[in-house]
Design a protein around this ligand. Structure first.
Ligand code: TXA
Ligand code: MG
Length: 331
């Protein structure tokens, strides 16, 4: 199958709609990462997503809709704080997990009685979703377990030959996936940290907890149990206060003839040779925006990536650190 990368216009949107209605997958930009979209109403189309990505069949998908879409046709929203969350953060990088009305393919939620719904803020994502005007199931458009794509080229590198069309909306500025938040209970529970932080949600809803699986309990966001975001090169992971040890490891591996890169926050960058440094940036939002692009650069340029953990700052940093550890520390 030939994979076309097209800018968004009348012609590419019409193609995208036709492909989706035929059960094919189409990649599209969002403010977080690129999504691999398919018709959420069709079992066969949703199966196609799992096949194309090589994704485990027990990791449910997020349904994407445009801001004008009537979400109440898909889910029950019983909790009084949900409207406040929607008013404060949507459209945007916050996915809410509701009790499902069962109106989309059961394969979207892998048989769970809940449904994750997201309304992206990216203008091209909205244009695409408005044009097709159906619920679009979409995981990140990468090979399963690889680094999520933040450009059309990244999608192409992972999935060319497997999907017919990538809609190109330029680089994603959010950079890490949406916050996934369960809103079925008396207060919201963050299942996956992201650009809308637990603290931000708590300030609107009054209370918000981060989900911590209890010993022996079935994982509530099944995707969290898998290794993710991993670059193709070897990785070494150092704590925030271990920059000296990281530098020793760099020197040793360079002496051994390896091509090495060091990923670290801006304040540590001058501790390493300029040609080896991948500078994540100074604050959490910058680091989120740069993280996946730099992980992909590292795997192309290096045999070994040495990551030095940025300092914990709470807020958005929680999501950045979660991704970085899964990518480089083998958690
Ligand atoms: O920013 C994003 O969320 C991107 C873009 C494309 O929108 N999408 C994305 O999808 O990251 P994916 O499939 O890579 O991650 C979806 C996450 C997984 O951790 C999954 O377990 C969780 O959402 N999830 C989906 N449906 C769920 C449900 N019903 N209950 C609990 N967790 C759910
Ligand atoms: Mg993903």
């Amino acid at each position: 199958m030939q994979t076309n990368i097209l800018a968004m216009d009348e012609n590419s949107l019409a193609q995208a709609k036709q492909l989706l209605l035929q059960g094919e997958c189409v990649a599209f930009p969002t403010e977080t990462v690129y999504g691999l979209g398919a018709d959420a109403r069709s079992d066969a189309a949703v199966e196609n997503i799992y096949r194309v990505k090589g994704r485990p069949q027990d990791n449910p998908l997020i349904v994407h809709v445009h801001p004008g879409y009537d979400i109440s046709s898909l889910v029950f929203d019983e909790q009084p704080y949900v409207r406040k969350l929607r008013d404060a953060f949507l459209p945007g990088p916050l996915t809410l997990v509701y009790r499902s009305r069962g109106k989309v393919s059961a394969k979207v939620s892998c048989g769970l009685d809940t449904l994750a719904v997201r309304v992206p803020s990216h203008p091209d994502a909205q244009r695409f979703l408005r044009y097709v005007d159906i619920p679009v199931a979409a995981p990140s458009a990468n090979r399963s377990k690889h680094v999520s794509p933040v450009s059309a080229r990244h999608v192409y590198d992972d999935l060319h030959g497997k999907i017919p069309l990538i809609l190109d909306g330029g680089p994603c500025t959010g950079g890490i996936e949406s916050t996934v938040c369960d809103v079925t209970g008396p207060y919201p529970v963050v299942l996956r940290a992201g650009l809308v932080s637990r603290e931000m949600i708590a300030s609107v809803a009054g209370r918000c907890e981060a989900y911590v699986p209890k010993e022996g309990e079935q994982v509530r966001s099944p995707g969290m149990k898998y290794k993710h975001y991993a670059p193709a090169c070897a990785t070494l992971y150092f704590a925030a206060d271990a920059a000296e040890a990281a530098r020793a490891a760099l020197e040793e591996n360079v002496r051994a003839g390896k091509r090495v890169r060091v990923l670290c926050e801006h304040t540590l960058a001058q501790k390493f040779p300029a040609e080896a440094v991948l500078d994540l940036g100074a604050d959490a939002e910058e680091m989120a925006e740069n993280l996946y692009r730099l992980l992909r650069e590292a795997e192309e340029a290096a045999d070994l990536l040495i990551a030095v953990e940025p300092a914990e700052r709470g807020g958005v940093m929680t999501g950045v650190l979660n991704r970085l550890r899964k990518a480089c520390a083998g958690e």
